[in-house]
Ligand binder design. Sequence first.
Ligand SMILES: NC(=O)c1ccc[n+]([C@@H]2O[C@H](COP(=O)([O-])OP(=O)(O)OC[C@H]3O[C@@H](n4cnc5c(N)ncnc54)[C@H](OP(=O)(O)O)[C@@H]3O)[C@@H](O)[C@H]2O)c1
Length: 245
Amino acid sequence: MIKFDVKEKTALVTGANRGIGLAYVEHLIKRGARKVYAGVRDASTFASLKAIHENVEPVLLDVTRTDHIQALAKKIATLDLLINNAGIIHPCFNGADNAAEIARTEMEANYLGPLNLTLALLPALKKSRGVIVNVSSIAGISNFPSLGPYSATKAALHSLTQGLRAELQRDGMMVAGVYPGPIDTRMTEHFEMEKAPTSQVAERTFAALAKGEVDIFPDSFSEQMYGMFLANPKELEKTFGGMIQ
Ligand SMILES: NC(=O)c1ccc[n+]([C@@H]2O[C@H](COP(=O)([O-])OP(=O)(O)OC[C@H]3O[C@@H](n4cnc5c(N)ncnc54)[C@H](OP(=O)(O)O)[C@@H]3O)[C@@H](O)[C@H]2O)c1
């Protein structure tokens, strides 16, 4: 079993300017990372990220932009940990009139972006026998109908995680998936649910990697729902179906 401690390691976090991504950056520094590339779409957030610690280097990265990905792959020669965290959500039912348009936009950011970035950085990650962490969602384990297309993008990311894990094992690499329930960020500001803090997601992710755990359910909601899924997948489908508002 591969175990991974972030101390003295070099990491890249996407969507690093706020929410879960920012918590990942802060906790990487707290745990002694040597260098943290903080990927952001908006260069005006560089200063506040640099202020966190001298080991944080903000980099311009829209994961849907091939030119950004290529420039970054050229720049980063050494990488131990890639956290594909950036994501978007447009709440919408699977059968809504605009579902196909929303699905295309969300697939670009939530699935194709992480896939393209991972492929571009794979040579550097293979060299270091590195780790890939994909931030999916509990909605990627079973479709949450009022977040229909979003759930499908997170299921795609989950599937990619499983495939890469098997494939990259022979290179001594670890590929982990994080499957949060409701977390207190801008993404969920209009959701009336109990939400876990972002720091908990970061803490539980790094604690899990240190133990070699690759399926990470970082809050009590996701833990409970995944328990239901393991016992009876149909039960979780019905439960999420019953949460339609
Ligand atoms: N919050 C939850 O309850 C929850 C639950 C399950 C899974 N997740 C997942 O956790 C991840 C982080 O979400 P969050 O809750 O922290 O949301 P958030 O506060 O809305 O942050 C999303 C981050 O992703 C960035 N981003 C969006 N599109 C991007 C793109 N094309 N390229 C690069 N960066 C992009 C945003 O940058 P800008 O500031 O430039 O927009 C922002 O930094 C997402 O993948 C989300 O799906 C969240």
